[in-house]
Design a protein around this ligand. Structure first.
Ligand SMILES: [Zn+2]
Length: 444
């Protein structure tokens, strides 16, 4: 305030499209981007991730060391040194008239300290994780806002591509089981999901336990479910590794039951809204529980789940392109995150899974905010999916090393596979041999 020539500087990576404050500030500026001349044809261009390409080996495995930047005009492939030399000859161009505020945008491709090989590795690793890791890549490496994908997939399309496998069994790619339990007034609904590499998942069972939280036999049947097993394609019996149960409806009954069966297998969860949380799941926190009328200080553990994040991830996974039956027969794998639904899934369950949509609303103070809204009353299938996904997170699936996944495969004697991220990179899911150079495709 003291100086006539003071400047205010805002620096940030962006967050979500439509709600990012640095994006809003940049929109108010003269919006400068850095233009770089091609050493081959001289065409000036803004460097974007879509021009980064790399090849794949005969097995369809990615070869990040072959990553090159391709000129948008003449397609010349630049090595890292070429790119750095080109960047040194670049200049800023404003896209809007100057009205007192200058704005600059850069991504990591401009960095003189980063090789494209490293960026491609980071991209592949981010893509094989869930939405959280991909969002971090888009925000911090590309400097772009993340577009939350909240449009519900069409339930009829999901109905038409249900897959046939023996009910009550776990397909070969499923390496561990989690469950999500939704407590209602008159019943508890539980869905059991199998998870594989790259968070590929299969709906294994749908159980409705009649009774509700006031009925002891209902809890007994939920306890029985924890001891039940489902048979893996290789004949190995599998139990539920983690069951996440919603505490929203009858908190004390859920705590009492969880205490009784133990927190190793059961995770009481509380859902919260909002996207800009540090992690999709936090906890556990120790909370008071009441058992048989007695109050126990810090007697239960509670996990907090950002349901918004997992709903968006689920819908993105459901909307992904998948290989055709013919391509699957020829050995093509499903992209990371693919959700497989069995033939017994009925239309009511599918309507529940697709019961919500993400909309942008304005808060009273005028900020844009993303919010999930129900399109129909019943949405238990979506809730239980989100809880089962949270259970996979709590079990550690988002952070397991390659060695850990291999170890699980060995225990189930599943033939080792190439990393799921390494199989099917293209949006067209074509066999790798037809097109060697793949365009990056981070929007999934
Ligand atoms: Zn060129």
């Amino acid at each position: 305030m003291t100086f006539w020539n003071r400047k205010i500087v805002l620096v940030s990576t962006p967050t979500n499209k439509g709600t990012s404050r640095i994006e809003a500030a940049y929109q108010e500026s003269d919006q400068r981007r850095f233009w770089v001349p091609c050493p081959d044809c001289g065409a000036e261009q803004v460097l974007t991730w879509t021009q980064v390409r790399w090849s794949k080996g005969p097995e369809g495995d990615h070869r990040p060391e072959t990553a090159r930047y391709h000129c948008a005009e003449c397609d010349a492939a630049w090595r890292d040194e070429t790119r750095w030399a080109a960047v040194s000859k670049g200049h800023w161009v404003a896209e809007q008239p100057f009205a007192g505020v200058v704005g600059f945008h850069l991504n990591e491709i401009y960095s003189p300290w980063v090789r494209l090989e490293a960026m491609v590795r980071a991209f592949l690793s981010a893509r094989s994780g869930g939405d959280e890791t991909m969002k971090t890549f888009v925000n911090t490496s590309l400097g772009e806002t993340w577009v939350e994908t909240g449009e519900a997939p069409d339930w009829q399309r999901l109905y038409d591509r249900r897959e046939a496998w023996k009910p009550g069994t776990v397909p070969a790619g499923g390496l561990f089981l989690t469950a999500g339990a939704d407590v209602q007034k008159d019943r508890v609904e539980v869905d059991v999901w199998a998870w594989g590499r790259g968070l590929e998942s299969w709906l294994v069972d749908h159980v409705v336990i009649e009774g509700g939280p006031g009925d002891p036999t209902c809890w007994q049947r939920l306890t029985d479910l924890l001891g039940r097993s489902w048979t893996h394609a290789n004949g190995v019996p599998m139990n539920i590794a983690r069951l996440a149960i919603d505490t929203g409806y009858e908190t004390s009954a859920v705590y009492a039951w969880a205490r009784q069966v133990g927190f190793a297998q059961v995770a009481p969860v509380k859902g919260v809204d909002g996207f800009n949380r540090s992690a999709p799941v936090t906890g556990p926190t120790y909370v008071d529980a009441t058992v048989a009328g007695k109050r126990l200080r810090r007697g239960a553990r509670l996990w907090t789940v950002a349901t918004s994040t997992f709903k968006a991830e689920t819908y993105r996974f459901l909307r992904q392109e998948r290989p055709t039956a013919e391509e699957v027969d020829a050995g093509a794998a499903f992209p990371p995150g693919t959700i497989h639904l069995p033939g017994w899934t009925d239309s009511e369950w599918l309507k529940q899974l697709t019961a919500e949509q993400l909309v942008t609303v304005r808060t009273r103070r005028g900020f844009a905010k993303l919010e999930w809204q129900k399109l129909r009353e019943r949405n238990e299938a979506l809730d239980t999916r989100v809880y089962a996904r949270a259970a996979a997170w709590i079990a550690g699936a988002d952070r397991w090393s390659e060695a850990y996944w291999s170890d699980m495969e060995r225990q189930l004697a599943v033939p080792a596979r190439v990393d799921a991220a390494g199989i099917n990179p293209g949006r067209t899911a074509r066999p790798a041999s037809r097109r060697r150079a793949v365009r990056s495709n981070y929007m999934g």
